[in-house]
Design a protein around this ligand. Structure first.
Ligand SMILES: C[S@@+](CC[C@H](N)C(=O)[O-])C[C@H]1O[C@@H](n2cnc3c(N)ncnc32)[C@H](O)[C@@H]1O
Length: 396
């Protein structure tokens, strides 16, 4: 996501969130389970999966939202996708799907970095076969009902350009499964890498990409955390799992996103430690001092959002559009954070391609850039003392 430009030909700009995201490439089960075990040709992954993320997590009991909440908006019926009748096995369907993705110029990067991984995931999911199936399943004959189901799902993805995660209603981040639908951004945040490092007590010089060593709060002292712009709640949930003694306030402006977050918080049995707030940044959140304020906010400049590929335009505009220069929500968050941080607290913000813009606009706050596995280093850390000094001097 974010730091990387979209794949060529997707028509999106430099700041674009929808590059192949770390979440997709690293934690999506189809990216390492089935794909690796099956001797199927496919594009190479450019992001090695970090250790410990190979295992497919146990299925969480994500409830069917249709029985509980208002239905998300549905897309218009896709036009036909001609499917040759002789596709008898998963192997044949996979080859057909990869070809159809290429011919249709589908945009990738929401759940997987290449067509092979995404299509394999989608097909296995549709068949109800384990994502880490033995390669032998590739040649298992499919019955007419199975073939009809695969045809229908590919029609939605290829002709309807519906993002795969909105079809399957799930996304994976940090080994955890989350319910998703059109009310939330499909999880693919670099915080997937940062949160475990923070929880493991990684020192500032390990985490930062150069230019100083920020003081990091000791993990055991992190008791109050805010996840601003929580969307599906994925980062709030990851935080709660990695900091078992912490209370997490998860904040979002979108009532629809908060409904999705509520489902995920309940599915992960974290309702006692993750509190959801509907608020424009901190406007209506009860006063509290946080050890960590973390945010993956909307940060795309509006003109970039206007030019996004169709799949990404099916994600909520509110989740992507950071205003004219992308800095609207980030600026508000920084202005409000000074009064919300504990004395040794930190703010962590993922900013996509806005690193230089951040360094210019907020030079006085001396943002430190944290290392990410792909070298994009697009998550910054700002210390409470910097914010307090700057707020006191009338800045921001
Ligand atoms: C990029 S998404 C991030 C979602 C999630 N944290 C993740 O990493 O997948 C940004 C989220 O910010 C929310 N948002 C946009 N403007 C906001 C605001 N002014 N205050 C609070 N949340 C806002 C959107 O509704 C969206 O859910």
């Amino acid at each position: 996501m974010g730091c990387k430009p979209a794949a060529d030909g997707n028509g999106a700009g430099r700041h674009q969130r929808p590059g192949p995201g770390p979440a997709d490439a690293k934690t999506h089960p189809a990216s390492h389970g089935a794909r690796r075990r099956m001797a199927v040709p496919g594009g190479a992954h450019n992001r090695p999966a970090p250790s410990g993320r190979q295992r497919r997590p146990a299925q969480s009991k994500i409830p069917n939202p249709k029985s509980q909440i208002s239905a998300p908006p549905s897309f218009s019926a896709p036009s036909a996708l001609p499917v040759p009748p002789q596709l008898a096995t998963l192997r044949a369907w996979l080859a057909f799907a990869i070809d159809a993705y290429a011919r249709a110029g589908l945009a990738l990067g929401q759940i997987a970095a290449d067509a092979h991984d995404e299509a394999l995931y989608l097909l296995l999911h549709t068949l109800g076969w384990p994502l880490d199936s033995d390669p032998a399943v590739l040649d298992r004959p499919l019955d007419p009902a199975q073939r009809a189901a695969l045809r229908a799902v590919l029609r939605r993805r290829v002709a309807g350009r519906v993002p795969a995660a909105y079809i399957t209603r799930e996304a994976w981040l940090g080994g955890l499964r989350f319910y998703v639908d059109e009310r939330v951004l499909i999880p693919r945040s670099y915080f997937l890498e940062i949160i475990p490092a923070l929880a493991a007590g990684a020192a500032g010089d390990t985490l930062t990409a150069g230019g100083g060593t920020p003081a990091m709060p000791a993990p055991e002292k992190i008791r109050r955390i805010a996840d601003v712009c929580t969307g599906s709640g994925c980062l709030a949930i990851l935080l709660a799992k990695h900091f078992p003694k912490a209370a997490v306030d998860a904040i979002d402006l979108s009532p629809g996103a908060l409904e999705v977050a509520r489902l995920n918080v309940a599915a992960h049995r974290l309702a006692r430690r993750v509190t959801l707030h509907r608020s424009d940044v901190f406007d209506t959140v009860p006063p509290a001092r946080y050890d960590v304020i973390l945010s993956n906010p909307p940060y795309e400049p509006s003109r970039v959002c206007d030019a996004l590929p169709e799949e990404f335009r099916k994600e909520p505009r509110l989740a992507l559009d950071g205003g004219r220069d992308g800095l609207d929500i980030i600026g508000k968050l920084l202005r409000q954070s000074a009064a919300r941080l504990a004395p040794d607290g930190i703010v962590l913000i993922e900013v996509g391609g806005l690193r230089r813009a951040m360094d210019r606009a907020f030079a006085a706050l001396a943002p430190r850039w944290l290392r990410t596995g792909d070298g994009s280093d697009c998550v910054c850390l700002i210390h409470a003392r910097r914010l307090a000094a700057h707020a006191g001097a009338g800045g921001l």
